[in-house]
Design a protein around this ligand. Structure first.
Ligand SMILES: Nc1ncnc2c1ncn2[C@@H]1O[C@H](COP(=O)(O)OP(=O)(O)OP(=O)(O)O)[C@@H](O)[C@H]1O
Length: 308
């Protein structure tokens, strides 16, 4: 698939001298949902702000739809929708005017039919004549999304869209995201909620300390992580593994009180039944069994923890 956003060797050093991005390169494919994961201060917002033309890069190059985000700012900005973390619009303006005005700011002709559809999709239509200051926090978040969609962008950035929102809004938001994606809109979201990335993204990127640590298809990542552990608690501790069990992927933990068996969930057979039979034959008595599957969170913690 062709790239819609191309980031090469991007560097950002703030006026304070702090280097928020260190040589970031990244290709975002047209039509994909990419989740960017990273702890606080990793550089996610800085990266998005540069692509959206809000922050100037210190080095490197970013293109959107083949246009340079600094030189061809107007063209790139009209292709992009950004849902920022906070609303910074005139609180005395109505919902309808705010969203319509936003479309004009991106150089698009008025289209009341489109604005009406966006407001309806976000359950905002009955609030169209209300002033922003009369809305609840959740409704204001909906207005942010409506603004970002007002000019029918090809690329949509959502910066921590679900931080502090309730279940209903979260559901509506993912519905909107899925529908947009069906229409071919490229979606990039930053999130702290790893389950969210696991649920919705096609690809996952992990960013920390201003660097991309990993970027991969979610399916591939989950396949690699598709390992499971069976923990077998023993009645009597073992100091060494009996010879009869040497053919199994087993390790001893908890001073001999537990055996850990690692197996591949994608394989046809787990080998658990034969292992349990072999344990019984070796006269090893079991107290309890439990299983644990590695998740996206495990790899995230491992990556970020190791290089923080
Ligand atoms: N205008 C600025 N001047 C100086 N430093 C800044 C500026 N904006 C951001 N930073 C610093 O750059 C680093 C990256 O910030 P950024 O907002 O991109 O991180 P983030 O990954 O979006 O974090 P969060 O998850 O907390 O939103 C942080 O250490 C932040 O303090």
């Amino acid at each position: 698939m062709p790239s819609i956003v191309s980031v090469s060797n991007l560097v950002k050093t703030y006026a304070s001298g702090f280097q928020a991005l260190k040589d970031v390169s990244l290709e975002i494919e047209e039509g994909e949902i990419l989740a960017l994961l990273g702890p606080n201060g990793a550089g996610k917002t800085t990266l998005i702000s540069i692509i959206c033309g809000i922050v100037n890069p210190s080095g490197g190059k970013v293109t959107v739809g083949g246009h340079d985000v600094v030189r061809d700012f107007r063209q790139t900005r009209s292709m992009i929708g950004l849902v920022p973390q906070e609303l910074t619009t005139d609180q005395f303006e109505t919902v309808w005017n705010t969203v319509s005005f936003s479309r004009g700011l991106h150089g698009k002709k008025p289209n009341p039919t489109h604005i009406e559809k966006v407001l309806k999709d976000l359950s905002l239509y009955d609030k169209k004549d209300n002033m922003l200051r009369e809305l609840s926090g959740g409704m204001k978040r909906r207005v942010l999304i409506a603004k970002a969609l007002s000019h029918e962008p090809r690329v949509l950035f959502l910066d921590e869209p679900t931080a502090g929102v309730d279940v209903n809004l979260r559901k509506d938001m993912w519905e909107v995201v899925k529908r947009l994606r069906e229409k071919g809109v490229t979606i990039i979201l930053t999130t702290h909620y790893i389950e969210e990335a696991e649920e919705i993204a096609d690809r996952v990127g992990v960013i920390n300390g201003g660097k991309i640590l990993l970027i991969e298809e979610k399916k591939e990542l989950m396949k690699k992580l598709g390992r499971k552990q069976l923990r077998i608690e023993l009645v009597e501790p073992l100091s060494t593994l009996p010879e009869a069990l040497s053919g199994y992927q087993l390790s001893i933990e908890d001073d001999g009180h537990s055996l850990i068996y690692e197996y591949d969930v994608s394989g046809e057979r787990t080998g658990i039944t034969t292992l349990l039979t072999a344990l019984a034959e070796a006269g090893i008595r079991l107290k309890d069994l439990s299983t644990r599957q590695s998740s996206l969170e495990d790899i995230f913690v491992e990556l970020v923890g190791a290089r923080a």
